[in-house]
Design a protein around this ligand. Structure first.
Ligand code: NAI
Ligand code: 15L
Length: 273
């Protein structure tokens, strides 16, 4: 049966806020968890992923976890280690102990950020799209922590039968705000459709999927996401004229335009806290 009660970690963040708004329409009852309180959500659990007891209590009794919490940009290794690496381990251990059988893990395109992007004109031929099987090429300690999360998910599937869909999210914001995002943007509506598919598809084992809309300028292969039942409805192309008039086409000769991870490969934005 499709999971009903879902623990949403990182519920106070950008994506967490969007999903708090959109996922209840699919029938999910959300339990919210974040290290910061959420205005207007007095029932949200305020806790740190580093606190094993708090994490275990948060997962108790839920059908699945949508794991968004963590540092979402580049940071010093020690911070990444605690929040993203140890924090994700704590979450998986708690899920195993509490017999939660499904996690949807917010991985990132930055796990494979140094993969060269297809440079030809859009649309990229299906055979030239970046496959999910491409090897890990993290562009930051942040991306490295997502590689760890994907491998942790594989271990917990192979050893413990805990299922995961690892979603290598592109850029999920209300609108694309750069030319690169025309290729990797995931509309909030498509984000909800993809997370719903990941939460409800049967027998996912550990699946890795890219997370984006059906963009005209797509760089990666969405077939493993579609195999879960995901049917993207949006395309960033409507934003192309304005963004291209402002910034011009990406120049494959520029290092910050050459790879999937974009400016994360040259000058990564840093976690402010
Ligand atoms: P965000 O930075 O807005 O939200 C992350 C949330 O996690 C924050 O509310 C923060 O308080 C919470 N958090 C951080 N450390 C924590 C800890 N130790 N314990 C409990 N909560 C903690 O990030 P955003 O954009 O909402 O992303 C959510 C997830 O999706 C992140 O894991 C991010 O790496 C991933 N992702 C997001 C993308 C996007 O386009 N928004 C793209 C690729 C991946
Ligand atoms: C990410 O992994 C970040 O969490 C998000 O803030 C965006 O920067 C996104 O990647 C991106 O590549 O645009």
């Amino acid at each position: 049966p499709a999971p009903r009660t879902v623990l949403l970690t990182g519920a106070a963040g950008g994506l967490g806020t969007l999903m708090r708004g959109l996922l209840p329409a699919y029938g999910y009852e959300l339990r919210l968890f974040d290290v910061v309180p959420i205005e207007g959500e007095p029932d949200a659990v305020v806790g740190d992923l580093a606190d094993r007891d708090a994490v275990r209590e948060a997962v108790r009794g839920v059908d699945a976890v949508l794991h968004l919490a963590g540092i979402s940009l580049e940071a010093d290794f020690d911070k990444i280690l605690r929040a993203n690496i140890e924090g994700t381990y704590n979450l998986y251990e708690a899920a195993r102990e509490e017999k939660v059988d499904r996690v949807v893990f917010a991985s990132s395109n930055h796990a494979v950020g140094y993969v060269p992007r297809p440079a030809g004109p859009a649309p990229v031929a299906p055979g030239d799209l970046i496959p999910v099987e491409t090897r890990h090429r993290p562009d930051t300690f942040y991306g490295l922590s997502k590689c760890f999360g994907e491998d942790l998910a594989q271990l917990y599937w192979d050893r413990h039968g805990l299922q995961t869909v690892s979603v290598r999210i592109g850029s999920c914001f209300m609108e694309p705000t750069s030319v690169r995002m025309l290729s990797v943007w995931m509309s909030p509506g498509d984000g909800a459709r993809l997370f719903h598919a990941a939460l409800s598809a049967e027998d996912v084992g550990h699946s890795i999927v890219y997370g984006s809309s059906a963009n005209t300028r797509l760089w990666w292969d969405l077939s493993s996401a579609r195999a879960l039942g995901y049917e993207p409805q949006d395309d960033s192309e409507q934003y192309a004229p304005k963004l291209l008039a402002e910034h011009g086409e990406l120049d494959p000769e520029k290092p910050e335009h050459a790879c999937l991870g974009g400016h994360f490969t040259t000058d990564p934005p840093r976690w402010p806290h």
